[in-house]
Design a binder for this molecule. Structure first.
Ligand SMILES: [Zn+2]
Length: 437
């Protein structure tokens, strides 16, 4: 072999090695098994969401095991779970990633269930890293996962990310370590454990079905197929996601505007139609709620029908004798809200009052008249003789009486003493006498 042939062979070998090593690193066409770490959140004393008889720590484990069992039926994947029971001390987030690093994980999936402060929110969401390739991979997986969860009947609360208060790093510990260890990760919040509209998923069967769903989504993402399940994902394509410059960040601003107009067909109409116009130009409107008492209390959250639309229409029933002050709140993807101005709508008139009652002029025909009459009564009784005045006058009378009695008794005593002293010795000083007594 001459020198040229040798160097051509060397170049060909080098190219071959390069192509092989490139392929093993990409998720699409792999030679080694994909390593998946499933991380059931919480554990030990950390219960996570805890509502009625539902404890997130325990539910996470049911879902995680179902996910592992399903994923192990796919070819070309090794599956690990970070914790096997609920009684052990809670693993720190670092320990979870130390584990993932040790097994050479390609991805960590953090399994969770959700709860909200006022038990008002419902639906699923996926939290993803904010930076670099992990953002791209997180977003691609979350797209598959959110589609599957909404197909199960859950409300889509979106794919989200959140930075710490200095905006210099991740807010969620799991995603912080994902960045530090350079292992892609996502947090899957399957459903809420405290809002009735997610209640169809509060049973062991559903917790397991979530695990199966998660596994099928992971398989799609990694193009894993299963001979035993008869699933071929080899042609599946992840969506194109562009890498953010710097860090992707969440929306911190309330929806841009929220205006309402109310159609009232008149005094006899039994309901009104509320037209809501609202928008959040950074993301979208996902819930709305209304108040009929000027904002003191609000309805439960309702899904905004069409996220690409700036309009929502709904009806409200009128009540006899009660006026409405209608206010609507619209909430964006991050549950921040903007509230409309109040619109006044008169209530339905009360039914005709029977004759024997109408004879008495004082019977009110409207709710607010009743309130006024009560107030006037209170005011007039205040003018007549409020109890505080009685008390003060009694006090003054008692005070004067006591003073008169005291003065009389003192002057009598002095007279008596003066009589006694006049017998013993001459009176020198009245003041001294008083002290000696
Ligand atoms: Zn949790």
């Amino acid at each position: 072999m001459n020198k040229t042939t040798k160097s051509i062979i060397k170049i060909v070998i080098a190219l071959f090695v390069f192509v092989i090593s490139f392929n093993t690193r990409s998720f699409g066409a792999h030679c080694e098994n994909i390593v998946v770490v499933i991380d059931p959140g919480h554990g030990g004393d950390s219960l996570g969401g805890n509502y009625e008889d539902r404890i997130e720590r325990d539910i996470n484990l049911i879902t995680a095991f179902a996910m592992r069992d399903r994923l192990e039926q796919y070819d070309g994947v090794d599956v690990y779970v970070t914790r096997e029971n609920n009684t052990d001390k809670e693993m720190t987030r670092k320990e979870r990633f130390d584990f993932a690093k040790k097994v050479n994980a390609d991805f960590l999936f953090s399994i969770h269930y959700n709860m909200s402060e006022y038990h008002t929110l419902f639906g699923s969401e996926v939290w993803i890293p904010s930076k670099g390739n992990n953002y791209v991979l997180g977003y691609q997986f979350a797209t598959i996962e959110m589609k599957a969860l909404t197909e199960l009947g859950l409300f889509d609360r979106g794919i989200k990310n959140k930075l710490d208060k200095n905006k210099s790093g991740e807010y969620y510990g799991i995603l912080k370590y994902s960045e530090e260890y350079d292992i892609p990760a996502v947090i899957i919040e399957h459903c809420h454990l405290d809002e009735e509209r997610d209640s169809a998923f509060w049973n062991e069967e559903a917790y397991k079905r979530f695990g199966v769903t998660d596994a099928d989504c992971v398989a799609k993402f990694f193009k894993l197929s299963s001979q035993s399940l008869g699933i071929d994902n080899s042609t599946f394509e992840n969506i194109a996601v562009s890498k953010p410059t710097g860090r992707a960040d969440r929306d911190y601003t309330d929806p841009e505007y929220c205006d309402i107009t109310v159609d009232d067909a008149g005094e006899q109409a039994t309901n009104v139609t509320v037209h809501v116009k609202a928008a959040d130009w950074d993301n979208y409107i996902q819930y709305y709620q209304y108040s009929v008492d000027g904002g003191n209390t609000f309805s439960r959250l309702e899904a905004w029908d069409d996220r690409s639309s700036e309009e929502q229409i709904f009806d409200l029933d009128k009540t006899q004798g009660y006026d409405m002050d209608i206010i609507v709140r619209t909430l964006n993807k991050y549950d921040l809200y903007t509230q409309s101005e109040s619109v006044h709508v008169a209530g339905l008139p009360l039914p005709e009052i029977e004759e024997d009652i109408t004879e008495s002029e004082s019977v009110p025909d409207r709710q607010y008249d009743t309130v006024e009459i009560k107030t006037n009564k209170e005011k007039s009784s205040e003018k007549d003789f409020p109890p505080i005045y009685v008390f003060l006058v009694t006090l003054i009378v008692l005070f004067i009486t006591f003073n008169i009695l005291f003065a009389v008794s003192v002057s009598r005593k002095k007279k008596r003493k003066r009589r006694k002293k006049a017998v013993k010795k001459p009176v020198d000083d009245e003041f001294d006498l008083d002290i000696l007594e």
